[in-house]
Design a protein around this ligand. Structure first.
Ligand SMILES: Cc1cc2nc3c(=O)[nH]c(=O)nc-3n(C[C@H](O)[C@H](O)[C@H](O)COP(=O)(O)OP(=O)(O)OC[C@H]3O[C@@H](n4cnc5c(N)ncnc54)[C@H](O)[C@@H]3O)c2cc1C
Length: 434
């Protein structure tokens, strides 16, 4: 550390904290980013399914994710990286959101139309042309394998799907955070790893610094909480919870990796599928694998955990997700070896992130990413830097929320949508498809 005083301190070097750091660095701020882990992207970011999709139920959610796509499509330019730098890759496989009764697709379509996001309505014939191996019967509502009805033969067929050809995934989410870290260090942003922030210092309701576990004090007028599942702990440290109507809580999540049969070749022929009918989302993965996650159906209990939670694959949840996958794609089979990850979401009360200032001047939050903000890392970093610049120069974001213009799409993102003081958004799906 070359100095003990900075324009801004970011707590957390996940994909969100690293992106905010990079954007603050681009504005010429002297920043220090602190992480208890030994490198960038080793927290919940490393477990991400890293699906890039636009199927959010609110206009700002759709606009932000569509702008987010442009960052991945222009990743090298965004980072100002050299041609031979090892960068996270965007795989544009497309995503089919299955149409279910009263379904999610109906919420997103008006936003797609007003923004001009390309999509196709797939009927079952179209589906069969793309991937005839799919069983297109309706299994819903989702069940657990110990339910007597789990293996029932459905009598109904699915309606079809909404296909977004521009959706995809990032094959290495941790590398994406490390790319941002490297780009930020090129701008002289400083990082401190294996270091924990244990206290936040203020004077007269204004941030003045942070204290580290070894007793060191860092002086700064601005702190950004990008601590992922530890977001609430940091908010409590700062005394910033007073006027927050939306809370954040860590939630355990499993994602499983299942080999695709060679002839299915899901890595190259497959696409992501949001399958609310069956309680799963799936996407292709490198090495001809299929990644399967949960859409939090009502029958699956939610496991709220401590922020430091580390767990192993639960045999029951593995069976539930892999057997649901087998119902949709019967040729996959059930592998002997249980492979996957156990990660933690930082879930907000309405599953929409909080990108905001707080009641403590100089203390900002980029939290509550609820298992769905990896895709938005680039634009979230930019939005936070715009917000911090506006508020620090006197803008009253609480009474007159700022709007950010997406640098690539020129879409307007109303940051009021992500305020800490909002009421729970009734349009939120309260679950994710990656
Ligand atoms: C299983 C899973 C699947 C997901 N799938 C998708 C998906 O398909 N698409 C999508 O868009 N999003 C997805 N997400 C969500 C996405 O990955 C997260 O929103 C994103 O990675 C969060 O990044 P972050 O930087 O906020 O948090 P993190 O990566 O968790 O980083 C927070 C950092 O803060 C540090 N920290 C905490 N407390 C302190 C402290 N006191 N002092 C210093 N450092 C501290 C931690 O060490 C950590 O490194 C998924 C998430 C999970 C867990």
């Amino acid at each position: 550390m070359s100095a003990q005083s900075y324009d801004a301190v970011v707590i957390g070097s996940g994909v969100i904290g690293s992106s905010i750091t990079y954007e603050l660095g681009r504005r010429g701020l002297r920043t220090l980013t602190i992480d208890r882990n030994g490198g960038a992207g080793l927290g919940s970011t490393s477990f991400s399914s890293a699906i890039v999709r636009f199927t959010y139920s609110t206009y700002p959610g759709v606009a932000m994710s569509y702008e987010g796509l442009a960052y991945w499509q222009n990743w090298r330019e965004h980072l100002n990286a050299d041609d031979d730098d090892d960068l996270a890759k965007f795989h544009q496989c497309g995503m089919a959101t299955l149409k279910t009764t009263g379904g999610h697709h109906l919420k997103v379509l008006p936003h797609f139309d007003s923004i001009g996001i390309p999509y196709e309505h797939w009927d079952l014939e179209a589906f069969r042309e793309h991937l005839p191996e799919l069983d297109l019967r309706s299994f819903g509502p989702p069940k657990r394998p110990d339910d007597d009805d789990f293996w029932d033969d459905p009598t109904e067929l699915l309606e079809g799907a909404l296909f977004t050809p521009e959706a995809g995934y990032i094959s290495d989410p941790q590398l994406a955070a490390q790319n941002l870290y490297r780009a930020a260090t090129e701008l002289s942003c400083e990082f401190l790893f294996n270091t924990e922030v244990v206290s936040i210092i203020q004077n007269g309701g204004r941030i003045t610094g942070a204290q580290l576990a070894d007793g060191t004090t860092i002086s700064t007028p601005v702190i950004v909480n990008a601590a992922g599942p530890h977001s609430r702990v940091i908010n409590e440290m700062a005394g910033a919870m007073e006027d927050m109507s939306i809370g954040t809580t860590p939630l355990r999540q499993e994602v499983h990796h299942v080999p695709s049969p060679a002839e299915l070749d899901f890595e190259h022929r497959g696409f992501s599928i949001a399958d609310d009918d069956n309680g799963i989302y799936i996407r292709p993965d490198l090495g001809n694998n299929i990644l399967v996650g949960s859409t939090e159906p009502d029958c699956d209990p939610l496991h709220w955990v401590e922020p430091d939670y580390q767990g192993e694959i639960n045999a029951g949840q593995w069976e539930a997700q892999v057997l649901r996958l087998n119902r949709r794609l019967p040729s996959v089979g059930v592998p002997h070896h249980k492979r996957g990850i156990v990660g933690v979401y930082d879930v907000s009360d309405d599953w929409i992130p909080i990108y905001d200032r707080t009641c403590v001047d100089g203390f900002y939050v980029a939290i509550g990413t609820s298992g769905n903000q990896f895709k938005n890392a680039g634009i979230a970093g930019y939005c936070m830097s715009e917000l911090i610049a506006a508020v620090e120069s006197g803008w009253d974001h609480d009474t007159d929320p700022i709007s950010v213009t997406g640098p690539h799409t020129e879409l307007t993102i109303d940051m009021g949508n992500f305020r800490r003081t909002r009421t729970i958004n009734p349009d939120s799906s309260m679950s994710v498809h990656g």
